[in-house]
Design a protein around this ligand. Structure first.
Ligand code: NCD
Ligand code: ZN
Length: 430
């Protein structure tokens, strides 16, 4: 007897109805019909996807927990259908020492409702090797904050790591520091305060310059790189050309860079302020470019409404919460036949699992972790930030109509979200 059956689940894109047997947190059996008299949850032919993986979240824990913490962040994840998250290192202290990394692991161990991994930051170069032994998903570098010479040095050091058991990966926020600094100073000195000026301060070429630079470094030091939140068409082209020529590079886009544009920065001002900024329609990533994209990462970057709204566009912190909007937005596009289930699974489950080496994740197969999100493709609604489990109850997607919602999330065979209710669970480090 297995622990539990998910009975009559619709697997996509095959549209087959199966029952999934779960034991000790893993998938142990896929059958046409669940055996009678064994414990089951009847899904009545609802679509079941592998639990989503978000390789880009900022949970603010420790140090900035007034914005979010590992509990509220993972509540938002579970509500949005995400069963694995990878947290970014820009907390206080930053996750760039062994001590801080271990401290964050302890916090996550106490508070996380879903499974998790961590991106490491880079501070003292002498710590890189011992940090690497703790198995971070990647080393994350913010190019908007680092000089070229320092970047080169960091790549060189990471390139020296022992690659026998694990290959190092560098995740990059690609915006060129000098370009951003100079353009920002120019606009600020002219006294420009219109929200859309923020996009001019971090123009498309700030991204493409940084992307080119990152690709050069990857080639020079033979390192794998992952480019976060690509916001400009041309960057995607540069990345994919490099990939074809043998560079070990993957890319990520966010729901906001895909579905929103600069109009929303004008409309919502600071609430839509994010790095890189929302783009004009000419430069932005569009649905028809999704074939050249490796993963979707939400860049869930919560702040308080007060710090967002009570400061001018230059001072307000960048970032928007996204864990609870991403899946409904993409399911809506599936309902509109603009993307397919197969593609969604590649972008939000399979590719993130393989890029970040998340064993047991990304697929509904025997032996994999019993992580699922059940969706109702007929349920309609409107994005309503008041209902977010995240502490950050704002969104530039507010009021947008969606069709297709997550209704149940399971992590390691345990129900964690059920019709909007969040249940207890202990996520694990992977
Ligand atoms: C990030 C955050 O808030 O941590 N914000 C964002 O707009 N993406 C930091 C950053 O990437 O600049
Ligand atoms: Zn980020």
């Amino acid at each position: 007897m297995v622990d539990l059956w998910l009975k009559d689940a619709k697997i996509v894109p095959e549209n087959r109805i199966i029952s999934i047997g779960i034991e000790d947190g893993r998938i142990v059996s896929l059958k046409k019909i669940a055996p009678k008299r064994e414990e089951n949850i009847n899904l009545r032919e609802s679509v079941v996807l592998p639990g989503l993986i978000d390789a880009h979240v900022h949970f603010r824990d420790p140090g900035l927990t007034y914005k979010e913490n590992f509990r509220t962040g993972t509540m938002a994840a579970a509500a949005g259908g995400f069963t694995t998250v990878i947290d970014m290192p820009n907390t206080i202290p930053p996750t760039n020492t062994v001590k801080a990394f271990k401290e964050k692991l302890k916090i996550a161990d106490h508070k996380s409702l879903v499974d998790y991994s961590l991106h490491a930051g880079v501070g003292n170069l002498k710590e890189i090797e011992s940090l690497f032994k703790l198995k971070p998903a990647s080393f994350k570098l913010f190019m908007d904050l680092l000089d070229d010479a320092v970047l080169d040095e960091i790549f060189r050091e990471i390139g020296k790591l022992n690659r026998e058991n694990q290959k190092p990966l560098i995740s990059l926020h690609c915006e060129d520091k000098d370009t951003v600094t100079i353009s920002t100073q120019k606009l600020q000195s002219k006294g420009r305060y219109k929200p859309e000026k923020y996009a001019d301060a971090r123009p498309p070429h700030a991204e493409t310059i940084a992307v080119s630079n990152a690709l050069k470094l990857a080639r020079k030091y033979k390192l794998a790189i992952h480019i976060c939140h690509v916001s400009v068409k041309e960057s995607l082209q540069l990345i994919n050309e490099a990939k074809e020529s043998g560079v070990n590079v993957t890319n990520e886009i966010t729901p906001h860079h895909l579905f929103l544009d600069i109009k929303y920065l004008r409309k919502y001002g600071n609430l839509a302020k994010t790095n890189p900024p929302l783009r004009d329609p000419e430069n932005k990533i569009t649905l028809d470019l999704l074939n050249g994209v490796d993963i979707i990462g939400t860049d869930h970057a919560p702040h308080t409404i007060t710090e967002k709204m009570e400061q001018n566009i230059w001072k307000a912190p960048p970032g928007i919460p996204n864990l609870e909007t991403a899946l409904p937005l993409f399911l809506t596009q599936i309902n509109r036949r603009r993307i397919t289930f197969a593609h969604l699974k590649t972008l939000l489950c399979e590719n993130p699992a393989s890029i970040f080496h998340l064993e047991g994740k990304g697929f509904i197969k025997e032996g994999m972790d019993a992580d699922f999100v059940v969706v109702d493709m007929k349920e309609e609604g409107v994005i309503n930030p008041d209902k977010f489990k995240s502490k950050a109850k704002y969104s530039p997607f507010k009021g947008i109509s969606v069709k297709g919602m997550p209704v149940m999330t399971m992590v390691g065979g345990n129900l964690v979200a059920d019709e909007g209710e969040i249940l207890k669970n202990k996520g694990k480090y992977i």
